[in-house]
Write a protein of this length. Structure first.
Length: 257
């Protein structure tokens, strides 16, 4: 009798040892009884009876997944390649097991399709300028679809937007032409402002009595500060006419004598 009881004890102990399942802190255990969902187990040691019970463990940590490059056509019919990184975590472990067969594969496929569809709604310029806004829009759409799976998409970032080398050269030429256009406009605006200031100064000198003479004297003083300067005097026509009148009056007086 004692001989029979020892093997029985060993058997029971073996069954108990093999029935213990450890659920780690970052996991949740989905327990089934005869193939039916029974409960979600928190971290710790859990007893799972062989044959009649089973358990699937689900990692609930946030995961970063690299979405492979996708070829798509923009709204202005330009082919581009886009890739992204998606961050998600399981919020309801039982849904992640019961509602979808392989949530990792499902999220990858959903993200790829959503990226292609969303990028196709924008032009290339809009994609390059509004990458963050488009990323947020894709993330919101993917998160809505995965909500029924018990999965939350916390973030999605478009990493690279790949375009052909020929298109890159074209974009560079357009950017260079735009910079030249802006430089020309700024230069023209500067010339207009300078002309307006010169015109304003001329009006002020003309309206103020003696202002022109003071300005002339100041210019002469500036020139005389350096002995190496060569000064060319421009005599006004009015002064020449005045000198000519004085000369003619002198000649007339001499003849009268």
């Amino acid at each position: 009798m004692e001989f029979l009881s020892f093997p029985l004890i060993v058997f029971i102990g073996f069954i108990l040892l093999t029935s213990v399942r450890q659920v780690n802190q970052y996991e949740r255990g989905i327990k089934f009884m005869l193939g039916k969902y029974q409960s979600t187990k928190d971290p710790g040691w859990r007893l799972v009876l062989p044959i009649i019970q089973s358990m699937s463990k689900v990692d609930i940590r946030t995961k970063a997944v690299d979405v492979p490059e996708q070829e798509t056509i923009t709204k202005d019919n330009i082919p581009v390649g886009i890739n992204a990184v998606i961050y998600y975590k399981v919020t309801h472990a039982e849904k992640a097991v019961l509602e979808v067969e392989n949530f990792y594969y499902a999220i990858m496929q959903l993200a790829q399709v959503t990226m292609r569809n969303m990028v196709g709604q924008y032009t290339l310029d809009e994609i390059l300028k509004s990458r963050e806004e488009i990323s947020t829009e894709i993330q919101v759409n993917v998160d809505k679809a995965t909500e029924t799976w018990g999965i939350q998409v916390t973030n999605l970032d478009l990493k690279d937007i790949v375009i052909s080398p020929d298109l890159k050269r074209t974009i560079a030429k357009v950017a260079e032409a735009e910079r030249e256009r802006r430089a020309t406009i700024i230069s023209a605006e500067g010339e207009v402002m300078a002309a307006e200031n010169v015109s304003k100064a001329a009006r002020m000198l003309a309206e103020a009595p003696g202002a022109l003479h003071l300005r002339t004297l100041q210019t002469i003083n500036d020139l005389s500060s350096d002995a190496s300067n060569t000064t060319v005097w421009m005599v006004p026509v009015e002064a020449l006419k005045a000198l000519e009148g004085i000369h003619q009056a002198g000649m007339h007086a001499a003849k009268s004598k």
